[in-house]
Design a protein around this ligand. Structure first.
Ligand code: FAD
Length: 400
């Protein structure tokens, strides 16, 4: 219970007309137990192998399978599918722990969740029965196929076409930068019925990657998150039954935006994880490393960098916690989702860069983990809406 100086409770605030909401800053016993389990798993199973995966760029199947066994594969799945329905605050807490160990490995379950969002919001029970058991029970992967060579930030500019043909839809086009890509069993694909009609003519489809006409182009070699799969996906007259249309025709853009609003706190929590990993390593190093006969942590210049890192991590964590909590309360907060994603991603880039600085020359070398964390952090400012696009959303809100 948080109290002000007069002793009145402050954790009970009126956020919306007539709606009494409570907000707490502590995890409950169940959440703490889960956090301990996931942290132990990340330290024992992910930290020891992250360097080798980063070097080899191999997809981390053994660790992915272990994350499935742990039950953190699709934590936003409805209760019926054993998706671990603790809510968004808990889900983000888990993302933070896993991504603190390695973003490249942690991104796979995050993308399972992102790809599931349009199905969660727009799908019917029959579609859920097809989509979720494959991920939650069988441990298959999902991918979110929106970006195209000519349309990234501009989601309304998607050119992959869909044409109705009796009981089927025919998809044609190319998607790029698709995380989990060629390893996914199922895709959530955004296509347009008529590009000239812009975002009102877009729809999402669930597509089995074994369907005739689905193929994968090149896998990207990336700066960071190197062991995650990033593929081009090609649709060549892919026949999809109408029962795989998510929601109604024309719901696609709306579902994409709703999905981003709920998934951006995941990315913010992942950013806090990456930054915390770099911060803790740099802090411990600063206490050990000596220069001019003293630990470098005794120099105020280093202390102030560490203090700034700690401040910014804490501020970012509070932001994702508030955004995730609002989601749990059923209050979609587009601008807060953008604020927490943008602030946390920019923070992760800064904090990981500062961690490299604290390690000096060793920070620049691959024997130490902070340069990998710095490379990994960059993507956080790019995918699920770049930091510029988040600022466009925030500016629109503050000026409206
Ligand atoms: C490793 C990786 C994984 C990815 N995973 C997925 C995935 O799983 N699924 C998926 O669909 N996509 C995925 N993406 C794609 C990602 O979401 C896009 O790269 C991102 O949205 C940016 O689009 P773009 O690359 O086309 O850049 P562009 O849209 O071309 O932007 C280029 C630059 O212009 C800026 N810009 C663009 N428009 C504006 C504007 N209106 N105002 C100000 N600045 C602007 C951008 O901020 C950026 O700096 C992934 C990308 C990468 C690199």
């Amino acid at each position: 219970m948080i109290q002000d100086k007069t002793g009145d409770d402050l954790d009970s605030i009126n956020m919306k007309e007539g709606k009494e909401l409570s907000f707490g800053f502590t995890y409950n016993e169940d959440q703490l137990a889960l956090q301990r389990t996931v942290r132990k798993f990340a330290e024992n199973e992910i930290v020891p192998v992250r360097h080798d995966y980063d070097e080899s760029e191999e997809f981390p199947w053994p660790e992915v399978k272990k994350m499935h066994e742990l039950g953190i594969f699709c934590m936003n799945a409805p209760e019926k599918y054993n998706g671990m329905t603790f809510g968004n605050v808990t889900l983000c807490m888990v993302c933070e722990e896993i991504c603190k160990a390695c973003l490249g490995i942690g991104i796979t379950p995050l993308v399972n969740m992102l790809a599931s969002e349009p199905v969660l919001y727009g799908g019917n029970e029959e579609q859920w029965d097809w989509w979720y058991p494959r991920i939650c029970d069988e441990g298959k992967l999902a991918a979110y196929a929106v970006t195209e060579p000519g349309a990234g930030s501009d989601v309304a500019g998607v050119s992959t076409t869909v044409k109705k043909d009796g009981d089927y839809y025919i998809l044609n086009g190319t998607k790029c930068f698709i995380t989990n890509g060629r390893h996914a069993s199922q895709l959530c694909v955004l296509a347009t019925h008529d590009k000239s009609k812009g975002n009102r003519a877009q729809s999402f489809f669930m597509v089995d990657t074994s369907t005739e006409g689905v193929s994968f182009g090149k896998s990207e070699h990336k700066m960071g998150m190197r062991c995650s799969e990033t593929s081009e996906v090609i649709f060549d007259n892919v026949k999809v039954h109408k029962k795989f249309l998510i929601g109604a025709e024309g719901d696609g853009f709306k579902l994409a935006m709703k999905s981003f609003n709920s998934s951006r706190p995941f990315i913010a929590s992942a950013s806090v994880g990456v930054a915390s990993g770099a911060f803790e390593f740099a802090r411990d190093y600063a206490k050990e490393r000596k220069a001019f006969g003293k630990p470098i942590a005794s120099f105020q210049a280093i202390q102030f960098i560490l203090a700034d890192m700690a401040m910014e991590i804490e501020a970012s964590r509070l932001l994702w916690q508030k955004a995730a909590w609002l989601l749990d309360e059923g209050l979609m907060a587009a601008e807060l989702s953008a604020i927490c994603k943008c602030y946390a991603a920019d923070m992760a880039m800064k904090v990981t860069t500062d961690a490299v600085q604290i390690l000096g020359g060793y920070g620049f070398c691959r024997d130490y983990p902070v340069e990998k964390m710095m490379r990994d952090a960059k993507i956080l400012q790019i995918f699920e809406g770049t930091s510029q696009i988040q600022r466009v959303i925030i500016a629109k809100d503050v000026l409206s």
